[in-house]
Design a protein around this ligand. Structure first.
Ligand code: PEP
Ligand code: MN
Length: 371
């Protein structure tokens, strides 16, 4: 995408969005569950000087009904107690006008829009309208789907409502093949959003990208190498009994260990000779891939011409099942991940049908019946 960068008025009034020499760490449970869980977690997190903001989900957007949907108002009281007792800034997700009003009434310091809200311009506009005349920092998570324009649009709506303390949270995307992540990081998005919204503080949320504890450190380190301004990480006093996102939360002690192991001031990319050699190899292989795809597209077009002149339908279900089955068998023989190969061939097949449709649309219908 080559759109020019977008000007939004950023006049941050809080230290957290001004940025410091080291990344800001926002930590806390996925969900507020009880006063005890909140306070125990916050007291431990407070001991770590690298952590300046305590997060907790008060209203939880769940994919299916019947799961834990958050405690609501009592959670806001616990957040207030956390703030009074520990001095940590507090943050929670808001998804509608009522959330905004209640969170502000309880003195929550930072609001964020979740990934399921950023996808919906109606919801974003509703929140922006509720924030007119209010001075509060707002962080916007990327939308669930990899559409960067929705992300930018949400920032613009908030900015047009007068919010100038704005930040972005990169939490990964739902893609055809997220493995091994819960949400694919699509790291190139970091560069793209920085180009589109220069100067806007950018956080990465390794918890929702990884979805599992063992990947958190690698994901966090990669984000830091790309120069993000901070991390939002889920931490729970007893993750195994957490009511949401149990498998991705860290105890405050484990978070401390992980932060210590990270190179927090790591805006550099190692580039030794060996890496360069491997990159040259990748460049050559990608070149070959592109050539093969070009040749394949040409054959697809010729098939389109044949189908047109013989009045055959473009989509042939039997043939596509055979192709997919055969390619998956080949993938299995080589040890390649089947989901990965399936996603690639679905994309190639979709493109091929598109080319054949073009052939049919571009030439006059001079069909001769199949023999
Ligand atoms: C969360 O932060 O707990 C959450 C629901 O995140 P996301 O909107 O990224 O899914
Ligand atoms: Mn969560």
């Amino acid at each position: 995408m080559n759109a020019a960068s977008i000007n939004i008025d950023l006049t941050p009034t809080t230290a957290i969005l001004n940025g410091g020499p080291l990344p800001t760490v926002i930590a806390g449970p996925c969900s507020a569950e009880s006063e005890e869980q909140m306070l125990q977690t916050a007291r431990e997190l407070k001991k770590d000087k690298r952590i300046s903001v305590f997060r907790a989900g008060i209203w939880k957007p769940r994919t299916r009904p019947g799961l834990f949907e958050g405690v609501g108002k009592p959670g806001l009281e616990w957040l207030q107690t956390v703030k009074q007792e520990t001095g940590l800034l507090t943050a929670c997700e808001v998804a509608n006008t009522r959330h905004v009003e209640e969170a502000l009434a309880y003195g929550v310091d930072i609001l964020w829009l979740g990934a399921r809200t950023t996808v919906n311009p109606f919801s974003v506009q509703e929140i922006a309208d509720a924030l007119v005349g209010v001075k509060v920092p707002v962080l916007v998570k990327n939308p669930v789907n990899p559409d960067i324009q929705l992300w930018v649009g949400a920032m613009e709506r908030l900015n047009q409502a007068g919010i100038t303390d704005l930040g972005l949270i990169h939490r990964g995307f739902s893609t055809p093949n997220n493995k091994p992540y819960r949400n694919h990081p699509k790291w190139e998005t970091i560069q793209e959003i920085r180009r589109l919204l220069p100067g806007v503080p950018l956080f990465t949320d390794p918890s929702h990208i990884a979805g599992r504890r063992d990947l958190l450190q690698t994901v966090s380190q990669q984000a830091l190498h790309l120069g993000v301004d901070g991390l939002m990480i889920e931490s729970h006093i007893n993750p195994d009994v957490a009511l949401s996102d149990a498998s991705q939360q860290l105890t405050p002690q484990d978070l401390d260990t992980m932060l210590t192991a990270l190179d927090l001031d790591a805006e550099h990319v190692a580039n030794p000779e060996q890496l360069q050699t491997l990159r040259n190899l990748i460049d050559r292989l990608d070149n070959e891939l592109i050539n093969v795809l070009f040749l394949r597209s040409d054959v697809s077009r010729r098939i389109g011409e044949y189908k047109r002149s013989h009045a055959l339908d473009i989509y042939q279900a039997g043939r596509w099942s055979q192709v997919l089955e055969n390619r998956l068998q080949l993938a299995q023989q080589t040890g390649l991940d089947e989901e990965f190969v399936k996603a690639i061939f679905e994309a190639i097949h979709g493109h091929s049908l598109g080319l054949q449709n073009e052939v049919i649309a571009s030439a006059p219908a001079s069909r001769t019946p199949v023999q």
